[in-house]
Each structure stands twice: as C-alpha cells, then as structure tokens.
Design a protein around this ligand. Structure first.
Ligand code: UDP
Length: 262
C-alpha cells in the first residue's frame, strides 16, 4: 500500500479507481428539482448509484416550546427504503423507534441545514426536511444534505415569492461529501465497494464561503494522522466546491437570492 502521507492533489500518476475515477474525482451528480408535487421543495439527487429523494415541507406551526418566540424550527428525518440495498434492509423505523444509524444521520442533516438558516427570519413556521434513500451506494448522508439544501432553498423561495417572507432566511449554499482512505490512498466521494474496505471514513459538510459546518471522521481500522486529515480536507473542499457549483447552476435565480443575502 502506498504511504498515505505521500498522496498529493496531483492525480496525474494516481491509479484509477474501479469505477474509473481519479482519487479526487466526485461521481456524476444530478439534481432534479420539483420531483414530487406536494412539498414546497422536492429534489431527486443522484450521486453515481446513490439516489435520495429530499423534500422540504412547510408547516405554519412550531413546536410548543418555541411558540410565541417569533422563531422558526427545522427538523430532519432520514430513512432508507427496504430495497435500497443489495440485501433487503428491514425498515429503520420499528414500532415508532428510529434505528441508531438513521437517528445519527438525521441529526447531522438537521444541524447542517440549520447552520445556514436564520430561524428568526424564518418566523413561526416549521420546515420538515425528509430524506428518503431509494438506492444506496455509499455517501447517502452526504447526498441527503446536498439534496436537502436544494429542496430547502426551493421551499423558502416559494414563501418569499408569495410575500410570506420579507427576505430569504438563508445565508449560504451548503453541501457535503465523503472522503475515505483505502489502501493508504485518499479517495473523494467513496462508493459502497470503497467504503466497505476504507480504513478511514469521513464526511465533510461545508458552506459556499469554504467554511466547515461539520466534520465526521472515523479511523475504525487504524488511527489517522494530521497530515492525512489535511489531504482529506483538501479533497472535501474540492468536492464541495463542485457540488455547490452544480447547486448554483440548478437553482438559478433561487441561488442568486441566497448569495445576494451575504
Ligand atoms: N449500507 C447498507 N445497509 C445499511 C447501511 C449501509 O447497505 O444498513 C451501505 C450503503 O450503500 C451505504 C453504505 O453502506 O451508503 C455506507 O453506509 P454508512 O453508514 O457509512 O453511511 P453513508 O456512507 O451512506 O452516509
């Protein structure tokens, strides 16, 4: 295995990954807006073979503990349909209880989305973010965040256009990407085959100012060095920059209304 600290951003001499990508290349991404009818924001995001439906549903009420404060609320749920994986996965909600992995992921999605929204400007309403993985091939939580942001932006823009919001309460774009280390090589946006043999597994959430919102990093197979982490973060920055470029392109004037808020 290659020595990890020798991995560089110059990928010209890197061997190709089994799906033909270079180490610092994200998968083909596609974001389809207005995917379903009833939610104000509704997106299908495809990152390679990972497919997630992300919706943002506006509710004109808030939970009792913030009623009367003038502030809004954002809540996120994440789930995988049973046929999303190679071997059928039991539903992750059993007798009303969400399994541990899904709970961790939906909290991450909620924190990430809240980081770019001004809840006071949102006013007393709740945005329900729902991420449903219909096909899993690695990076479902990061695809959920990237897709959910687009759904959220659409939902808020709908309110803004209707005059229900004076200003867009979003300050920045938001995306997330995974980075793994396999055989000592840092790999951007790992698919399942890579993920399942990764020594180090990270998920990096960023805004469009190049700032970090959340970094999850696990050296499950072996500890990792600060030097490796620096390469991981460089890769994550590159991936997120590309994802936000795509978000901007697909959102058009909705993105302008967000970037204009800075
Ligand atoms: N996976 C699976 N069944 C599960 C959980 C995960 O097949 O119950 C696969 C799926 O392809 C997923 C990948 O393992 O994308 C990595 O899962 P992880 O928990 O690391 O989260 P993710 O990378 O999807 O955010």
């Amino acid at each position: 295995a290659k020595n990890v600290v020798e991995v560089s951003n110059d990928t010209d001499d890197c061997r190709l990954r089994f799906d033909g990508r270079k180490s610092d290349e994200i998968r083909n991404v596609s974001i389809t807006r207005n995917f379903t009818k009833y939610a104000q924001g509704s997106v299908l995001i495809e990152m390679g073979n990972t497919k997630v439906i992300c919706t943002a549903f506006v509710d004109d009420a808030v939970p009792p503990f913030i009623k009367g404060t003038g502030s809004g609320w954002i809540s996120a749920e994440y789930s995988m349909i049973p046929s999303a994986t190679l071997t059928r996965k039991k539903r992750d909600v059993n007798k009303g209880r969400v399994d541990g992995r899904s709970q961790e992921i939906q909290r991450l999605i909620g924190r990430s989305i809240r980081s770019v929204v001004d809840l006071e400007k949102l006013g007393e309403r709740t945005i329900w973010i729902d991420c449903d993985v219909i096909q899993a091939d690695g990076g479902t939580r990061t695809a959920s965040i990237t897709g959910a942001f687009v759904a959220l932006a659409d939902a808020l823009y709908t309110l803004y256009k209707k005059g229900e919001l004076k200003k867009m309460p979003v300050s920045s774009l938001l995306s997330a990407v995974s980075v793994g280390v396999v055989d000592g090589e840092v790999l951007l946006d790992v698919c399942y085959e890579e993920d399942s043999c990764a020594e180090v597994d990270t998920n990096v959430v960023m805004n469009n100012r190049g700032e970090f919102i959340e970094i999850q990093g696990t050296g499950e197979e072996r500890p990792f060095s600060k030097k490796e982490l620096e390469i991981i973060l460089d890769y994550a920055e590159k991936g997120n920059r590309e994802l936000m470029r795509l978000q901007r392109a697909v959102l058009g004037e909705v993105a302008d209304s967000i970037i204009g808020c800075e």
